[in-house]
Ligand binder design. Structure first.
Ligand code: ADP
Ligand code: ZN
Ligand code: ZN
Length: 717
């Protein structure tokens, strides 16, 4: 069977045949190096065949088959195929999105470093070691909790690798097979009744089951899934844990390390070095990693003994990839669990309406945690500050200012939340009305005073702040609106002796861990959503929300759902330990149902009212949607393409095809963007429709200036 069918990462939606005389069934799932045009590319063999449609002259040969890893399993290839079909993308693109960058290079991986453990001699030596032999002691002590890879051990014990090698030679440590390692679990608290029921239910699942772990912030959801994971590991299975943001991984990573001593923890996110990612992929795939913790892309990692999947903060929009292979990691996690016949836990205080509805319908099982787990911690009291009566100055109302002053006096922390980074959202000329706009996107440039730049938050374009208006020469240019930098400045002016720390994606650029250390010591924390995610600051007793109203009246039908989740999450930062918490929301619309729901901590009631609205208006989760998007240098070209596409849309019952419209952010990076939404009450019908439509569109000769793609289950418009 001399032909292999290879998935390549090229923008052509089919597989590529190559000749490989030595190919066998075992070649399926191997990475191969193949010639492609004048390039050499790495692809994955997904089929072998004894015939090909290519002519003798056109077929080329595989250059090399990489045997550095066991072949990727057929079940995994099938899973990628499912994802490719569902999201209307080429299989090659999906497979390559799953491979960390190092595995896409045409050289084999180095073998992994040895896994080292204490020998019995080593244990004896530990008691007898002379005090001056500090380095040796550090090496031995590092291994007390369990084996470590050679390089990790060297770093952790702060010794050169050569010393580690010498200690192997002397017999105090030895290399062991990863399979022999059994992780243990440290239960930090006896679970309360609700937690125990939830953990038992999940761990007792026979086969596939989806659970919505719905618990208020601080109710101990993490603890529940830790217990469920511990039970899976005890059975020799692997656990996959997905988290929303890179910022969250170091915190959770440390928790996993502390609570699962001896466990081989693999971490997978785009912020890691190439080597680390390749290693995490390898150990997950080879089955030696017990736990894989990662952001959305981790859902695509092969794991042969998968026993449980957890999606933390399942409503988070970062689980949806917004370019290229546009997938929902949350949804794929459910598919993955189904195919592996294992339970999947979707955890949240404010689940997405999609998930919540399934739980109400009984398709998912609801596990509720109704109270805060930690000793005497209770939910914070929420207050609305009506800024029509108590107007804010520089973003701060007198009531909020007073509340902060009280916290300062008591040595407690305040957290002031504003979901807009930078100094001010735009720069305005007071004389002619000129506004600093990005010339490549339809958005204002954001003023970053500290860096003395105007920056586009969409495409990254950046210029120095002009001294005078480029239009009329006037020097009276004024920042309009407020971002975190400006709020930080206003707070510094009011509270000159306070230690104020700003946390947003500008300030955390380098190492999230460092900023958390500084944040823990701050009197006042100012920040965006990043601050609200998962971090635990014991002394925060006040959360101030500045200007949330903007989110109330957005055109996007998901805005309310998102705003509520955001505010509930920020509010949840206060009063997590022994100190009671208070939340103050500055608003001009204190009676708004969203704020009223926040006030009574009533996610479920609010979710019911949103669901009723969605059902009436005909929006997801009551219908299924996809968007066909197009972008081109001119809006007219994008719209014309969509009109033409609509005219060749397949005839299908029950499909609604809407008119093409410009996207909310019309212009991005110099291209005008438009879209056309299609809806159906049936997911199957929508899928069938998209498949046919895509085939038709791909066969067409197009205006080469237009690019297009589908977004299935879009969450942003
Ligand atoms: P969530 O993920 O629901 O926000 P966490 O799992 O982070 O909540 O738990 C909140 C706090 O409560 C943590 O400090 C945790 O250690 C503590 N905690 C969790 N379960 C218990 C328990 N059964 N008894 C006492 N404290 C608990
Ligand atoms: Zn001007
Ligand atoms: Zn831009």
């Amino acid at each position: 069977m001399p032909f292999v069918r290879v998935a390549l990462d090229v923008p052509i939606p089919h597989l590529f045949d190559y000749k490989d005389d030595l190919a066998t069934d075992q070649t399926i799932g191997c990475r191969v190096v193949v010639p492609f045009g004048r390039k050499r590319l790495v692809g994955v063999v997904v089929e072998i065949d004894d015939t090909t449609e290519l002519s003798e002259q056109r077929i080329r040969s595989v250059e090399a088959v990489l045997h550095d890893l066991p072949p990727l399993p057929k079940a995994w290839i099938d899973f990628c195929r499912f994802a490719a079909d569902y999201y209307q993308r080429p299989l090659g693109e999906v497979i390559h999105a799953a491979l960390p960058p190092r595995l896409r290079k045409p050289e084999p991986l180095d073998p992994p470093p040895a896994l080292l453990a204490l020998t019995s001699e080593g244990r004896t030596l530990l008691d007898a070691i002379p005090a001056r032999d500090r380095a040796k002691r550090r090496v031995l002590e590092s291994l007390l909790a369990g084996p470590l890879p050679e390089d990790v051990l060297a770093v952790q014990a702060e010794v050169p690798r050569a010393s580690v090698v010498r200690m192997i030679a002397s017999g105090s440590i030895e290399s062991v097979a990863a399979e022999t390692v059994t992780p243990s679990f440290i239960a930090a608290h006896p679970l309360n009744d609700e937690q125990a029921t939830a953990a038992d239910t999940i761990a007792g699942t026979a086969g596939f089951g989806v659970y919505l772990l719905l618990g208020i912030t601080g109710s101990g959801k993490t603890e529940v899934y830790f217990h469920a994971i511990a039970r899976a590991l005890a059975k020799g299975q692997q656990a996959l844990v997905l988290v929303p943001e890179i910022g969250l991984t170091p915190v959770l990573e440390a928790a996993f390390r502390n609570r699962f001593p001896g466990a081989n923890l693999a971490v997978q996110h785009s912020g890691l070095a190439e080597g680390e990612r390749a290693r995490a992929f390898r150990s997950s795939h080879e089955g030696t990693a017990h736990i894989l913790l990662g952001t959305r892309l981790a859902v695509l990692t092969p794991m042969p003994r998968l026993g449980i999947v957890v999606v933390d903060e399942e409503q988070d929009s970062s689980f949806k990839q917004q370019d290229g292979f546009r997938y929902s990691a949350r949804d794929l996690a459910v598919v993955r669990a189904q195919r592996a016949c294992v339970p999947v836990v979707l955890s949240s205080a404010t689940p997405s309406l999609e998930t919540y509805r399934h739980a109400l319908d009984g398709r998912y099982r609801m596990l509720r945690l109704g109270r805060r787990a930690h000793g005497s911690a209770t939910l914070p009291t929420v207050k609305m500050i009506d800024t029509r009566e108590s107007p804010a100055k520089d973003g701060l109302s007198p009531l909020l200012e007073k509340a902060i002053a009280e916290r300062l006096a008591r040595g407690e922390q305040s957290l002031v939340f504003l979901n807009r980074r930078g100094y001010a959202p735009s720069l305005l000329c007071n004389s002619c009305g000129w506004v600093g706009d990005c010339n490549r996107c339809s958005s204002h440039l954001v003023v970053h005073l500290k860096e003395k730049t105007l920056r586009c938050h969409h495409c990254g374009y950046s210029i120095a702040i002009p001294r005078a208006c480029p239009h009329c020469g006037n020097v009276d240019l004024a920042p309009v609106g407020r971002g975190t930098q400006r709020l930080e400045a206003a707070l510094a002016e009011r509270f000159p002796n306070a230690n104020i720390v700003r946390v947003d994606s500008d300030s955390t650029g380098g190492r999230p861990a460092d900023i958390l250390v500084r944040a823990a010591q701050a009197d006042i924390l100012v920040g965006t959503q990043i601050l609200a995610k998962g971090h635990h600051f014991a002394r925060v007793t006040l959360v101030g929300v500045v200007n949330a109203d903007a989110g109330l009246f957005a055109a996007d039908y998901r805005a309310a759902e998102r705003l509520f989740a955001q505010l509930a999450q920020v509010a949840g930062r206060s009063g997590r330990a022994d100190l009671a918490g208070e939340v103050m929301v500055q608003t001009r619309f204190p009676q708004h149902p969203l704020y009223q729901a926040l006030l009574s901590h009533d996610y479920e009631n609010f979710a019911h009212s949103l669901l009723a609205e969605r059902e009436q208006a005909g929006f997801p989760p009551y219908l299924f949607e996809a968007a066909l998007r197009a972008d081109a240098p001119e809006m007219a070209e994008s719209i014309a393409f969509l009109k033409q596409a609509a005219s060749v849309a397949p005839d299908a019952p029950g499909m609604t095809v809407f008119e093409p419209v410009p996207q909310t952010l019309e212009r991005l990076s110099g291209r005008d963007r438009a879209q056309l939404v299609v809806q159906s009450a049936s997911r199957q019908n929508l899928q069938r429709f998209l498949r046919k439509w895509r085939t038709t569109l791909e066969a067409q000769r197009l205006n080469a200036r237009v690019r297009w793609h589908f977004d299935v289950d879009p969450i942003e418009f």
